[in-house]
Design a protein around this ligand. Sequence first.
Ligand code: ADP
Ligand code: MG
Length: 630
Amino acid sequence: MNRIKILNDYVINQIAAGEVVERPASVAKELVENSIDAGATKIEVEISQGGRYIRVSDNGAGIHPDDISLAFSRHATSKINSEKDLWNLNSLGFRGEALASILSISHLTCITKTNASESGTKAVSLDNGELDITNIGCATGTTIEVNDLFYNVPARLKFLRSHKTEVAEIIDILQCLAIAHPEVAFVSKHQNKVLLKTSGSGDLPICLNELFPKDILNHLLMLNAIDEREKLFISGVITDPTFTKPNRKSIFTVINGRFVKCPIILKAVERAYDNKITSGKFPLAVLNLILPTDKVDVNVHPTKREVKYTATNNVFAFINYAVKKALEEGDFYIKKSHSITEDKAKEEALKLIKSHDEQEKASPQAKDFKSKRVYDVPKDRILPSLSHSAFELYTPLEESIVVDDTQNAPIDVVSILNEEETEQLIIHPEIIPDAIKDRKQWLIVGQVFNTYIIIQTDDGIQIIDQHIASERAIYDQLKRKELQIAGQRMLIFEETDVTLEQVALIEEYSDLLKKWSYEIEQTEPGRVIIKQVPHLVTGRNQKEIFEDIVSLLENGHSLDLLEDNLTKTIACHAAIKSGEILTLKEMEQIVSQWQKSDYPYTCPHGRKIAHNITIKELSSYFDRQLNYHK
Ligand code: ADP
Ligand code: MG
């Protein structure tokens, strides 16, 4: 075996790049976050070649000429000084490895100038990872141009998806960054076409209106709440229940200025909409959370999109409360006279938290207040300029959710599901009706509540959910290719709004959609018409089905899995609905087709299909001898 040796920096950086730079979108994210950290108010991102070329220009602070080499070396950062700062989340990047990593896997040019320096600096990467540095005249700010991304990492190159998909992914991330920073004007271009543009107005609803067309402004409700004791602050907007999106991607969470993904927050929002919104639909929401920095750990994920924090249950209950309150109050953005701007409120909250932090440091008894039920700051010190109609003080419910936060455990959604919900996830083998297992004879008794079919089997009665059984039957028939897909031309074409990323996905998967007899045409940017649909779903809500399909495409996955999910979606929409009155013949058809299934216990999504009551149970309930009168 070879002797042990220390790897050189260039190789180390390439290894690190594997962690930080998964795909072109990661490059865009790191560069734009650096621009935001540099205080830029304008950021321009140009993309081509499916993201293998990315240029980010900003009007931020620039890099001092003496710091250029440092900026591109590993663990070099201007954002943390000591170990303590590691746990603070106030700047976007702090690992000091993004630039070094990107440099090691691309051909890169950086042009930068600080306000104070006379001339700018140009740094061009050489193939050995060194930089060629020269002077150049330029405006204050920084432009980083990344060329030939992954040119020396064939494995990554091989796994890049189509140009359109990679670009869509970049736009997706830029959209999140733009929402987290409405004060920054973003422009993103792809082959000279503007794909995303915000004005940097500083007003979140305006920013959303710039990103999502439709009449979103009419649906935005203002969201504001504060928990003094836990020092939690939330502001943002949510949509009223009449405005829905087909997936959770429309719930944006920003913690202390950083866009993050956090399942527990999504769950808290969804719970607040319980019974108000159709299941499977989601609101659009932007939650700006300010949490004490000592409670958040952003170092759990290299690209820092996932966070972990202590006091999970408090955060969950707080967000759930804030969203419910916003829904109840119905404080529509449109109707509001904006006496207090959101930024002002945020500023005040930050001040409040800062003053708490300082107080905690200064006073030896400060630790005590954490255990106190109510933190008693004199009332006039709390958000002096805010009226109580804008901010309601929130007292956490002690009994709300029991999550053990003492372990500082990563957030686990299952742990916040209640018993009933957990129950739904489990299929009990003992309830699988024997009649299904053995395929014995049965007899239709009738339909109840226009939802359930009741049949008598050899050893009991069975209550069958007509929709779920029908869904299972159609899914199985599609899988066995017993049902052929034919196209049904729409009499009146259905029009629907889509984002540019979605258009890209629709184009990328056009073969798959064609296979399902879909005919879709883009009429103008962000708008498509559905001309033809699979005959199985004729007469159904085409817009809804289409949204579901697009959301499947957005979730990615392999082509096989995607096809299977598509089959499930079509089966679900093609199936008999609950509430439909059925004839005896229709009931017989559903039951017999369903019984042919190799897996008749649940629908393809996992919902139970039938409930069995055995004759034995009936006999014992009525104190009878076990006897059959057939
Ligand atoms: P980090 O962001 O974690 O500090 P990076 O490798 O992304 O590490 O950047 C290294 C350093 O380069 C930053 O700390 C910052 O000082 C400087 N820098 C990077 N991009 C910019 C920019 N657009 N404007 C000003 N300074 C920048
Ligand atoms: Mg960075």
